[in-house]
Design a protein around this ligand. Structure first.
Ligand code: AMP
Ligand code: GLY
Length: 435
């Protein structure tokens, strides 16, 4: 292999900053390009932004040729669902991310549900509906609580966990009319409500095999105590204590292996990060809430902060079918990332607010940027989720303390964050200390 390598990361969020930061630390990587990146990637040593959009596949192919890229790692789902990995592979370029056919696991909830049922992978019972009459009869037949989901991509916001039949009917009506999410809501999935604790279980997959990354837990609701509207994710930590060794083994056996083997057998093998969003019940049984065809955001930030192994080596092993026997090494400590958001998020937000405090470093912390850009010589906000401030500690309680302290030294007009990220793990740790 011709080291040193030039690697492209496609995307511009916090996940992509974490990917670029980690890849740039590989001894074999000389340059990481990020398209389009953000202010965080622009300021990261060994990393360079390129002004090409994450969904501009022709532009990215031209970039790959112009800069003789050795490898491309795709961050977000939209270009994957649109077939970026197929186009790169057809052009003879090395790419880490699933084909459009395999990315349907995320791109179409109906496809994912049919796949799960065909392979007897545990998940909630569901029905697909394209008319309100059909949806109403399922909702009334099951009663509340019940879950209503838009079939297409809706940036993590196309899900309503309805506490009453009326709420479910209203949500289905909004989606099916096209008012809520346009065409992404013209088909809805009505789903059984699953009780338990959620965990994100993300693997590196390729060659019909998968290797688990460290477990994590996200916080999708905007408000403290997991209330309020769904967001892209307001904070995450790793590892998730609900995924103990026995649960981990069950997830690999009951979910991950049947998924990668089923896709390979169907002639659509999966290469890339495979994310299973799981509900774990009190008996430790995992059920799939959703698949994503990418790393989680913000889960990637604490996970990659803990990864000791070379990420490039893991990705190459997956592409080359050499994952068997690979065991990534982890920092034993816990990591927690808190998302700092702009006023108005998850609704519309202003932009262009200068961010103060980014240069005051603190040990065992790392700030990954998401919605930021550079204006003149200032870093300003340019999105809803602006930063993910991460801390490492001997447990989640300490990691959270470090992350919150650092978050307290950074800010802009209207900045806010949830103050209870990690509350489940922190409560477990408190109970353990009392015992
Ligand atoms: P999704 O976009 O499918 O991940 O759903 C967003 C969030 O809605 C999940 O993270 C869960 O908190 C919740 N959710 C989705 N499906 C279910 C379900 N069947 N039962 C309970 N909660 C669910
Ligand atoms: N944090 C949830 C996701 O990336 O889908």
């Amino acid at each position: 292999m011709n080291d040193p390598l030039t690697v492209l990361v496609v995307g511009g969020g916090g996940r992509e900053h974490a990917l670029a930061w980690k890849l740039a630390r590989s001894e074999r990587v000389s340059r990481v390009l990020v398209a389009p990146g953000n202010a965080g990637t622009a300021r990261e040593p060994g990393v360079e932004n390129v002004a090409v959009g994450a969904e501009d596949v022709d532009g990215l192919l031209a970039l790959a040729r112009a800069r003789s890229l050795d490898l491309t790692v795709v961050g977000p789902e939209a270009p994957l669902v649109a077939g970026i990995a197929d186009r790169f592979a057809e052009a003879g370029l090395r790419v880490f991310g699933p084909s459009a056919a395999a990315a349907r696991l995320e791109g179409s909830k109906a496809f994912a549900k049919a796949f799960l049922s065909r392979h007897r992978i545990p998940t909630a019972r569901y029905a697909e509906c394209t008319s309100l009459d059909e949806a109403a009869s399922h909702i009334r037949g099951h009663g509340a609580p019940i879950v209503v989901k838009a079939d297409g991509l809706a940036a993590g916001k196309g899900v309503v966990v309805a506490r009453s039949e009326a709420e479910a009917l209203a949500a289905a009506g909004e989606m099916l009319s096209g008012r809520a999410f346009g065409d992404a809501g013209r088909k809805v999935v009505i789903e059984e409500f699953l009780a338990g604790e959620e965990a994100s279980f993300i693997c590196v997959a390729g060659g019909g095999e998968a290797v688990a990354l460290a477990s994590s837990q996200d916080h999708k609701a905007a408000g403290e105590g997991d209330t309020g509207p769904n967001t892209g994710g307001m904070g995450a930590y790793s590892p998730a204590p609900v995924v103990d060794a026995a649960v981990h083994e069950r997830i690999m056996r009951e979910v991950v292996r049947p998924t990668v083997e089923g896709l390979a057998a169907a002639g659509t093998p999966y290469t890339g990060f495979l994310y299973a969003g799981l509900m774990i019940d009190t008996a430790g049984a995992p059920r799939v809430i959703e698949f994503n065809c990418r790393l989680g955001d913000p889960e990637a930030q604490p996970i990659l902060l803990r990864l000791r192994s070379d990420l490039l080596g893991l990705v190459e092993a997956a592409i080359d079918g050499g994952l068997s026997g690979v065991r990534p090494e982890w920092d034993e400590r816990a990591a927690l990332g808190v998302v700092m958001a702009a006023a108005g998020y998850p609704g519309s937000c202003g932009r262009g607010y200068p961010i103060a405090g980014l240069d005051d470093d603190a040990p065992d912390t790392k700030i990954f940027h998401a919605g930021t850009s550079i204006e003149g010589n200032r870093v300003v906000t340019s999105g809803g989720r602006v930063l993910c401030v991460c801390g490492l500690g001997k447990d989640v309680t300490e990691a959270r303390h470090r992350a919150f302290e650092r978050a307290g030294t950074v800010g802009w007009s209207g900045a806010w964050h949830r103050r209870d990220i990690g509350h489940r793990a922190v409560a477990r740790e408190r109970n353990r200390r009392r015992r």
